[in-house]
Unconditional design. Structure first.
Length: 103
């Protein structure tokens, strides 16, 4: 699925529930950080090696997937509400990083 289509689905989902009043850039960025913290919590007391093996633990891997999805969905909504074209921003960042590395 394309990012723009997913953003449209999220917009429709929020509109159907009258959540637009709450979906301000401030609130969405805060919700994004809460979800990112929930993702981080899954790795909190794991060693680096244990964190690498998390993909082999089915229940943990499922929880990681859920939190990654939550982070992505809030990030997409934040970009939508602030007018950020994610694909263009990634391209701009990639070109900037390439120049910084002297490539």
């Amino acid at each position: 699925m394309k990012l723009v289509q997913l953003q449209e689905r999220l917009r429709d989902f929020a509109k159907a529930r009258n959540w637009g009043q709450f979906h301000t850039p401030k609130n969405l960025s805060m919700a994004l950080m809460v979800e990112a913290a929930e993702l981080m919590e899954l790795f909190q007391w794991k060693t680096p090696d244990e964190s690498r093996l998390a993909k082999n633990d089915s229940p943990l891997s499922m929880r990681i997937g859920e939190e990654v999805a939550d982070v992505l969905l809030y990030l997409l909504q934040l970009a939508d509400h602030t007018g950020v074209d994610i694909e263009a921003a990634v391209e701009d960042t990639s070109h900037h990083e390439t120049r910084m590395l002297g490539s």
